[in-house]
Ligand binder design. Structure first.
Ligand code: DX5
Ligand code: ZN
Length: 221
């Protein structure tokens, strides 16, 4: 059986109580913490950076932190997230002049590396670096905001990425980000995803545990 990971995106958490919010989703059964970094340049929004990642570690969060960098340029901030205690560091190929070097920087820093593909970005960049990624993240919305609608064309892209990973035999995780909820997580898993980011679906729900349990029920079908 596939080991599915649920990754609440703290973009939709109450930032004024971030530590407690992260504690609450982890207690509710989340596996990893999805940490959206936006720079008001690569994407039209501005969020949180390495200091907040470090603060969560100092607060006592030991769960994996999945830093999704929507930042350009990306290399300097990669170093900062390594220092800050990130577990996964993923970036968009459009945001790096030297993709191979950026991936190497992440692994050299002891973190897990990943590439993120916007809805209109093809996967061909992976051809020569597949052995250097631990995670492929497919965006199912255009990055920048939580609460957007899942773009259905992402399902066929997921199948394509799943084939690529299976053919390689490499232990690469396939993550999906944007518009994921209880109603569609089953078909998203059937298309090949094994790691599910969900922001508004979890943090805007009245009971985090009930929502995560309902997601796991769909995944077990
Ligand atoms: C969007 C972010 C997502 C976002 C997902 O740019 O990368 O992680 O928080 O939010 P929902 O699950 O609400 O679509
Ligand atoms: Zn994200």
């Amino acid at each position: 059986m596939t080991d599915y990971l649920i990754a609440p995106s703290i973009l939709s958490a109450d930032f004024a109580r971030l530590g407690e919010e992260v504690d609450a989703v982890l207690a509710a059964g989340a596996d990893i913490v999805h940490f959206d970094v936006m720079d008001n340049h690569y994407v039209p929004n501005l969020t949180i950076g390495p200091m907040v990642c470090k603060a969560l570690r100092n607060y006592g969060i030991t769960a994996p932190i999945d830093a999704h960098l929507m930042v350009k340029p990306v290399d300097r901030i990669i170093g900062d997230f390594i220092e800050a205690g990130a577990t996964y560091i993923t970036f968009h190929p459009e945001a790096s002049e030297h993709i191979d070097r950026s991936l190497q920087l992440i692994r050299d820093g002891g973190c897990k590396s990943g590439l993120v593909f916007n809805p209109a970005t093809p996967l061909h960049v992976l051809e020569h670096v597949l052995d250097k990624v631990d995670m492929i993240l497919l965006m199912s919305v255009n990055p920048g905001f939580g609460g957007q609608k899942f773009i259905p064309g992402t399902l066929s892209k997921l199948r394509q990425a799943r084939q690529l990973i299976d053919a390689s035999g490499l232990p690469i995780r396939l993550e999906i980000d944007g518009g994921v909820g209880v109603a569609n997580i089953g078909e998203i898993a059937a298309a090949g995803a094994d790691t599910f980011v969900a922001g508004s679906a979890i943090f805007n729900s009245p009971d985090y545990k009930a929502t995560i349990d309902a997601m796991r029920l769909e995944l077990a079908k």
